[in-house]
Design a binder for this molecule. Structure first.
Ligand SMILES: Cc1ncc(COP(=O)(O)O)c(C=O)c1O
Length: 485
C-alpha cells in the first residue's frame, strides 16, 4: 500500500492546525513512546469516517506540532505512517493532502473466495432477484412514452397512484396528488430540508442516526439537535424526552426513522406513534419520516408480516409529516428513485422549490418501479426479507462465536446490527480492520457528536459466507489491538 497517490487535480479544502487538533480530541491511547502510532491511528480514523475527506490539505508540520504540543519528529513519523497506508500524499514545497482510502477507489464490494477487501462500510444490498421482467415491461411502455412532448414534473401518474394506494392500505388515506417522485429517499429529505429549514435553524435528529442526513443538515448550515435511540430499551424512543427537547429547542424540522431505524433496526409501536404524533402536532413540528426500511420486517418467520405492522407515523400527525420512501433496500438502490408523501399544499411547495435543483426524475426508472409495484402482493419483498433474515442470523451467530463480549440486540428489521464494544476502541478497530481487508464505518459516523466510540454498525447486506469471513477478520483485527485497548 505504499504507492503514492497522485496529487489531486483539485485540492478541495484545507484544515487549520487548531481545527485538526480539536477534531482529534484525546488521541493518545498508549504510553509516551507510542505517540507517533497513536496519532497515525487517530488520523486514519478521521479519514475513514469522512471527517477528513479526500483532497484536504493538511496544516504545515510545524503548526500541527505546536497545536498538539508534540515534537515535529512525532508529526513526521505519524504522517509517514499515513503515507505508507496510502491515506495521504506529500510533495516537497506543496505540503500533504488526504487521498481516498485505498479500496474506496476500486472494487469495494468484496471479492469471492475471501481474498479481497470486504466493504461493510456501506449497507446497500445488491438487487433482489427477479427484477428483470418488470424491466422488460417498462421497456415496452417506453415506446409509447417516446411520443410524448413533455413529462410530469411530480412523477408519472401510474406510479403516484400505486404508491398512494399502498399508503391507503397501510392506514393512511392518500391521493396521488399527495405523492411526488424523487431521485431516492435521501433526495426527498434534502428537498424538505431546504424548503423548511435554513442556516442557523435547528433540526431534531436521532442519535445514532443516518450519516448522510447529518451531512445534508451540515451542508444546509442548520444545527442538528440529537435525541437518543436506545438499542436495548423498550421503547427505544423516549417520547417524553423528545417532547421536552422539542419544547426547549423549537426545531424547524425533525428527521425520524421509526420503521427499522438505521442503524439500530428498532421500530416504534402503534402506541408510541400515537404519543409521538400528538407531540409533533401539538408543537407544530414539521417532521420528515424516513421509511426507506419499512418493508424489511425480519421478525416474522413467514416473511409476510404487513398485517400486524403499525400504521405510518404520518397517520398520527398528518398535517406535519413528510414521509419519504424508496425501493433502494427492498428492491435495489441502483434504481435511484424514491418518493415523498405529504399534504397537497406541501407537495406543491416542494415542487416549486425543486425547480431550482432539477426538473423531475428519469422516466424509465419510474416506469420500472411502477411495474415492480403493479402487484399489490409485492412478491419481491418476501424474497428480500428471507435473504436478509438468513444474513442477519449468520452475522449474529459469527459475532457471538468470535466476539462473545460484544453486545447487540437482534434487530427486528432493517439491514444492520448496532454493536456495543467492551471498550471505546471503535476508530482504532476500524483502522486495524482495514489492514485485515475489511472496511467498516465507525460508530462515530452515526452520531452528531463524536461520542460513539464504543459502537460499530455491521450491515448484513452481503451473503452469509462473506459475512462470516468478515467477522473472522474483524476478530483478528481486534486481537491485534489487545494490550493497547
Ligand atoms: C435511513 C436511510 N435513508 C435514506 C437512504 C438512501 O435512500 P435512497 O437510496 O433511496 O436515496 C438510506 C440508504 O442507506 C438510509 O439508510
Amino acid at each position: 500500500m505504499s504507492a503514492t497517490p497522485p496529487f489531486p487535480s483539485r485540492v478541495t479544502g484545507r484544515v487549520s492546525a487548531a481545527r485538526l487538533a480539536d477534531t482529534l480530541g484525546s488521541w493518545r491511547t498508549g504510553g509516551p513512546r507510542s505517540g507517533g502510532n497513536d496519532l497515525a491511528d487517530a488520523l486514519t480514523a478521521l479519514v475513514h469516517d469522512g471527517r477528513l475527506p479526500p483532497g484536504i490539505r493538511l496544516p504545515p508540520e510545524r503548526e500541527l506540532a505546536a497545536a498538539l504540543g508534540v515534537s515535529r519528529t512525532m508529526i513526521g513519523a505519524a504522517l509517514g505512517r499515513l503515507r505508507d497506508r496510502g491515506l495521504i500524499a506529500s510533495r516537497q514545497g506543496a505540503g500533504s493532502w488526504t487521498a481516498a482510502p485505498p479500496g474506496v477507489r476500486g472494487d469495494t464490494t468484496g471479492l469471492p473466495g475471501g481474498s479481497g477487501l470486504i466493504n461493510l462500510a456501506r449497507a446497500s444490498p445488491a438487487a433482489v432477484p427477479g427484477l428483470l421482467p418488470a424491466f422488460e415491461a417498462a421497456r415496452r411502455s417506453m415506446r409509447d412514452a417516446l411520443h410524448d412532448e413533455t413529462y410530469d414534473d411530480l412523477g408519472i401518474p401510474s406510479l403516484r397512484e400505486r404508491l398512494a394506494a399502498r399508503y391507503t392500505a397501510r392506514g393512511l388515506p392518500t391521493a396521488p396528488s399527495e405523492i411526488m417522485i424523487t431521485n431516492g429517499a435521501h433526495h426527498g429529505f434534502v428537498l424538505a430540508l431546504h424548503l423548511l429549514a435554513g442556516p442557523g435553524d435547528r433540526v431534531l435528529v436521532e442519535q445514532p442516526g443516518y450519516p448522510h442526513a447529518f451531512a445534508a443538515i451540515a451542508a444546509a448550515r442548520a444545527h442538528p439537535v440529537p435525541v437518543p435511540v436506545d438499542p436495548f430499551t423498550a421503547p427505544a424512543w423516549d417520547i417524553d424526552g423528545i417532547e421536552a427537547t422539542v419544547r426547549q429547542t423549537a426545531p424547524r424540522l425533525a428527521y425520524l426513522m421509526v420503521d427499522f431505524h438505521n442503524p439500530t433496526g428498532r421500530r416504534l409501536d402503534a402506541a408510541g406513534r400515537e404519543r409521538l404524533g400528538a407531540v409533533l402536532s401539538a408543537t407544530r413540528t414539521y417532521t420528515v419520516v424516513d421509511e426507506s426500511a419499512v418493508d424489511l420486517d425480519l421478525s416474522h418467520p413467514t416473511d409476510r408480516t404487513d398485517g400486524d405492522a403499525p400504521p405510518p407515523l404520518a397517520a398520527f400527525a398528518p398535517r406535519w409529516t413528510i414521509t419519504v420512501g424508496s425501493p433502494a433496500k427492498s428492491h435495489w438502490g441502483g434504481l435511484r428513485i424514491g418518493w415523498i408523501r405529504a399534504p397537497r399544499e406541501l407537495i406543491d411547495r416542494l415542487g416549486e422549490r425543486r425547480v431550482s435543483l432539477d426538473l423531475g426524475s428519469p422516466l424509465f426508472e419510474q416506469l420500472w418501479l411502477s411495474e415492480l409495484l403493479a402487484d399489490p402482493a409485492a412478491p419481491h419483498v418476501p424474497t428480500r426479507r428471507r435473504e436478509l433474515r438468513e444474513r442477519r442470523d449468520a452475522l449474529a451467530a459469527a459475532l457471538r462465536a468470535e466476539c462473545p463480549d460484544w453486545t447487540f440486540r437482534l434487530p427486528d428489521g432493517g439491514v444492520s446490527l448496532w454493536c456495543r464494544l467492551p471498550s471505546p476502541i471503535g476508530s482504532r478497530l476500524v483502522a486495524a480492520a482495514e489492514q485485515h481487508g475489511v472496511l467498516l464505518a465507525p460508530g462515530a459516523h452515526f452520531g452528531v457528536q463524536d461520542q460513539l466510540e464504543r459502537w460499530l454498525r455491521l450491515p448484513f447486506t452481503q451473503p452469509p459466507d462473506r459475512l462470516r469471513d468478515a467477522v473472522g477478520r474483524i476478530a483478528a483485527a481486534r486481537e491485534s489491538l489487545t494490550g493497547t485497548s
